[in-house]
Design a binder for this molecule. Sequence first.
Ligand code: MG
Ligand code: ZN
Length: 382
Amino acid sequence: MQKTAVVLFLIIGLFACTKTTQNALPRTPNVPTERVLAKNVILMIGDGMGLGQITAGMYANGNHLNLEGFPIVGLQKTHAYNNLITDSAASATAIACGVKTYNAAIGVDKDTLPVKNILEEAEEQGLRTGLVATSTIVHATPAAFIAHQPMRSMHEYIADDFLKSGIDLFIGGGMKYFNSQRVRGNSIIPKLQQKGFTVSGIANEELEDVYLGNVNKFAYFTANDAPIPTATGRDYLPLASIIAANFLKRNTKQGFFLMIEGSQIDWGGHANDTKYILTEVQDFDRAIGKILAFAKKDKETLVIVTADHETGGFAINPKSRRDSIIGAFTSSYHTGTMVPVFAYGPGAELFSGIYENTAIYQKMRQALGFDLKEKGALINPK
Ligand code: MG
Ligand code: ZN
């Protein structure tokens, strides 16, 4: 009898205790929410790649693109601070730095003050970083991820900003802006080498022949000026993309941030040249295929594919067939329609829905866990 009473007392006590605890703590404080962070982020920007360009590229490619392998799709609003129709500088600054700014701004806000970008934050957190493009590497899109200049046309000043950066790899055109500088009067390539860069280029050796075994920092120039279109022989983007991902993954405990741009889809739009658009979308998609395969194997990499804006108001007109797309254009400049965002990997779910281009910056920080640390102040204006 006594034993039963004790057990009963214990049960009642336990129940009461549990109840009290639940009343005191109705929710779950101190229990960390389950967030799976990405170790690496690879951001791929198809310049001027709207839904029309993607669709046409897909039909022309036998009704298939690697883009179809992305489970999450969203839409972003591309408008600039001072203009509903953005240019590539303002939109790249929005994505890289998280601020709406004026057209032609490179990594600066509407008052021309420098704003820290995602690549600089990644460096501060110990990640390795890289940029790959099929334009010059000082062109607006890659420039916004490394430089802080009031005008996109300040190419040599943008090249100088590479010296101030902790970047580990860059591959693209525009060697002339580093080589003999009109503004500075001498080449800054020796200074890159002093910073530990192995500098090479198409004039010396093919990208696939470069031995990277003991290379710590790598710069490769694919052209002296702008690289040629893929239709006339440029084919380095898929190879450069996978070389960059493997290079940055090597020797890093913290992870890496890599931006890859298919730069010339935009140039096809400006030229109102359907064939130019199709071949550039397909080239960019081959790079996407390489990166998606890398991420599937790696399992710690978030891959985001988007555009900075649409170019040309490109449409697929009646009488088009898969093997002969009849493109039509409303403009030889950019348009204001939203552009898609595709995401794969840890943190991908953050990218569904409709949001501003500046939100991509916030979402990348969230995926990497940078929002758990405070963002540093604006870097000092020069
Ligand atoms: Mg661009
Ligand atoms: Zn453009």
